[in-house]
Design a protein around this ligand. Structure first.
Ligand code: SF4
Ligand code: SF4
Length: 439
């Protein structure tokens, strides 16, 4: 009974904090500008199923794709077992779903195989990051928390899967000995091969096995509660946000830039004296993006969804040629600034108090102007994140609000204004080349 009360209290506290932190992330995302992405629902569902559920964009790199798919399937499917753990924890039962008979046995066996796959995949991911030192995991933006975060997630997954296998091994020995409470249930293809021989070699008593089984059970469930509450602070939050984020993907043609409807409208009103503004039209008060609140909620959702995998950065031609630009850093900076704004709002009773910082305090002009808008980062991203859009909007702010473009671009702008072309030639000279044809 005490164990049941403790379990209910723990799950209530874990659930409370998880929902509270989800609420904060939702609030932060909604600090962004509104954008209507409610169109074309059928295509949106299809994109989500293909890109998030089917992980089709991961397939460009087959080995990580297969291993990531195992971890992802493990995360989704093994957590079905948590349902049983919750029932057992609340009602004090043991393997409450075992009444499903053969289906249950097959499911437990499958979960064991999957758990072993997750364990192997996580060891591979750790080696790739810390032993093979893959270039895309050595970028400066991954120093500090980002690096610790990746290691923590992989270690926790290994420990959780090991606890599951240990729990099953102790359980099946107790079942075979006909111990009280441990009725025959489940099939254990991995733990019977990997862990049972160790326990049997140690000649453990029933009471010791019960202690191991209970300890592993509690360790597993407390680990899941802690992991669940760590998620909102980690890049691993993509396991949740990848789905809505791909649903709200940009469905426009690849590389199509938003042409700033507000500017088009203003120009129309200026050039055509008879033009009237659409009903409810409000003249823009600023152009481009100064801070995270000028981005759309979708840009902000992108920032929280980023897995920090670096596929964008490793595909970026500017990064490859040694420029300062890393599209992954753009996403990480956006999330860091958004978190900072959110904390500011929390600390000031729901109102943002100016802190003399903006998104431009995180992302330098050198990074912004290094981008050639090639769209490679967007193409490479496994969950359809768009770092380029943030870069373009921040550049628009620099140009239109601060007149702070690099000299080469400023001269192109004045040529466009004076010569109606990017070059420094008078429009009167445009046809000069035809004179050579006559001679
Ligand atoms: S759009 Fe910009 S950031 Fe993205 S890959 Fe191309 S150059 Fe890099
Ligand atoms: S933006 Fe996409 S590709 Fe780039 S690090 Fe984030 S998840 Fe990976």
């Amino acid at each position: 009974m005490i164990a049941q009360i403790l379990f209910i209290a723990l799950s209530t506290v874990a659930g409370y904090f998880f929902i509270k932190n989800l609420g904060k992330i939702r609030r932060n995302i909604l600090l962004g500008r509104d954008i209507d992405l409610s169109d074309n629902k059928a295509l949106r569902w299809k994109t989500m199923l293909k890109v998030a559920f089917g992980q089709t964009k991961m397939a460009a790199r087959p080995i990580p794709f297969i291993l990531h798919f195992i971890v992802y399937a493990g995360f989704i499917l093994i957590n079905i077992e948590v349902l049983e753990i919750l029932i057992d924890g609340i009602f004090g039962t043991h393997r409450a779903l075992s009444f499903l008979g053969g289906i249950y046995d097959a499911a437990i066996g499958f979960f064991e195989i999957l758990a072993f796959g997750v364990l192997v995949a996580c060891i591979f991911f750790l080696s790739r990051r810390y032993i093979l030192k893959l270039a895309r995991f050595q970028s400066p933006e991954l120093k500090g928390f980002a690096n610790q975060d990746a290691a923590t997630i992989l270690f926790v997954e290994i420990i959780l899967m090991a606890a599951l296998l240990k729990m099953n091994a102790a359980d099946q020995i107790l079942q075979s000995r006909g111990a009280d409470h441990y009725h025959l249930a489940g099939s254990f293809p991995i733990s019977s091969w990997l862990v049972v021989p160790i326990f049997e070699g140690l000649n453990l008593s029933d009471s010791m096995l019960i202690l191991i089984e209970k300890a592993a059970w509690w360790f597993h469930i407390i680990g899941i509660f802690l992991f669940m509450n760590y998620l909102p602070f980690s890049k691993h939050f993509h396991v949740i946000l990848a789905f809505p984020n791909t649903y709200y993907s940009n469905l426009k043609a690849k590389g199509e830039l938003n042409n700033m409807a507000s500017v088009t409208q203003e120009v129309k009103l200026m050039l055509d004296p008879s033009a009237t503004a659409p009903e409810g039209y409000q003249a823009p008060t600023s152009f481009g993006v100064k801070d995270v609140t000028d981005l759309t909620w979708k840009n902000l959702m992108d920032a929280y969804s980023c897995t920090e995998c670096g596929r964008c950065t490793s595909s970026c031609p500017q990064n490859q040629t040694g420029k300062l630009l890393s599209p992954r850093k753009i996403m990480m900076d956006t999330r860091d600034r958004l978190e900072e704004v959110g904390k500011n709002i929390d600390a000031n009773s729901g109102t943002f108090v100016a802190d003399n910082k903006t998104l431009h305090s995180y992302i330098s002009e050198e990074e912004l102007w290094a981008c050639n808008t090639c769209n490679a980062c967007v193409e490479a991203c496994p969950i359809n994140i768009n770092p380029m859009e943030i870069i373009v909007e921040m550049r628009r702010y620099k140009v239109m609000e601060e007149s702070a473009a690099p000299a080469s671009i400023n001269s192109m702008f004045s040529n466009m204004e004076n010569n109606q072309a990017p070059w420094q030639f008078s429009p009167m000279d445009r046809a000069n080349w035809t004179q050579e044809l006559n001679s």
